[in-house]
Design a protein around this ligand. Structure first.
Ligand code: ZN
Length: 255
């Protein structure tokens, strides 16, 4: 985002109001300062509504080969998430695409197709903890907030400053195409690695999991890869925080 001083006064005022209204949030684990305008209750309600819709569209799997590990991992991750009060819910969805998601409010979905990539509980926990990382760091609300600021900016600027408006329009479009920013992805990896370790799952499995995704990406890249950074770059980041995660793993009350 441009510096306030470089912006026309109306936009600067709008952004300043937005920043004052928002309680500046802090991401768990990394402590990164966030600007979140969307009220928590509203985000949770959006999550609950979307979850209901996705479940009815895709269908729920009752296959214990899938539900047993997902429920066990979900329970443990929720337990160490620092947000035990959330109405956590873990559902296996009938979908061959290897993917998973976590919506605001602790609503987690795991596709049956993910079991083609995740070979064991530790690897499954790596994906689920990554998604829960996005949820507890409120990444969706943060992304929506950034877009809102961009839109406010576009309205305030109008046609007087076409150069600036173009730049902001591009930022807004990119924000819609890319589900999460690279910074948020790295943060979800970081939070996820710590969560899985704390929940008693071997954090080293995260590295193998991303390698499996890479192998699978041969002919037709899975959806997960198209919305996430290349496995190579994320593995390097994971290796950097691995020593801390292994300490957490050694201390886990589940071991
Ligand atoms: Zn992600």
């Amino acid at each position: 985002m441009p510096r306030l001083a470089a912006l026309p006064s109306r936009l600067a005022a709008a952004v300043a109001v937005a920043m004052t209204v928002a309680a500046c949030a802090e991401a768990p684990v990394t402590g990164r300062q966030q600007l979140i305008l969307l009220p928590e209750g509203q985000a949770r309600q959006m999550g609950v509504d979307a979850y209901r819709q996705i479940k009815s569209e895709k269908g729920i799997s009752g296959d214990p080969r899938y539900t047993q590990p997902v429920n066990e991992i979900g329970r443990r991750i929720a337990d160490v998430s620092g947000q035990p009060g959330l109405a956590w819910e873990f559902t296996v969805l009938e979908d061959e695409e290897p993917n998973a998601f976590a919506l605001p409010g602790g609503k987690v979905g795991v596709n049956t197709g993910l079991f083609k990539v995740a070979e064991n509980k530790d690897q499954l926990a790596a994906v689920m903890a990554h998604e829960v990382g996005h949820a507890i760091a409120r990444h969706s609300a943060e992304r929506v907030s950034r877009q809102a600021i961009v839109q406010v900016g576009q309205q305030a600027i109008g046609s007087q400053y076409p150069g600036m408006a173009d730049i902001l329009a591009q930022a807004s479009t990119l924000g819609l195409i890319l589900p999460f920013t690279r910074e948020q992805e790295a943060e979800a990896d970081h939070i996820g690695l710590m969560l899985m370790a704390k929940a008693g799952y071997d954090p080293r499995a995260a590295v193998q999991l991303w390698r499996n995704f890479e192998t699978l990406g041969g002919q037709r890249p899975p959806e997960f890869l198209s919305t996430h950074p290349a496995p190579g770059s994320r593995i390097a980041n994971l290796q950097q925080i691995m020593p801390k995660a292994l300490e957490e793993y050694a201390r886990s009350r589940y071991r």
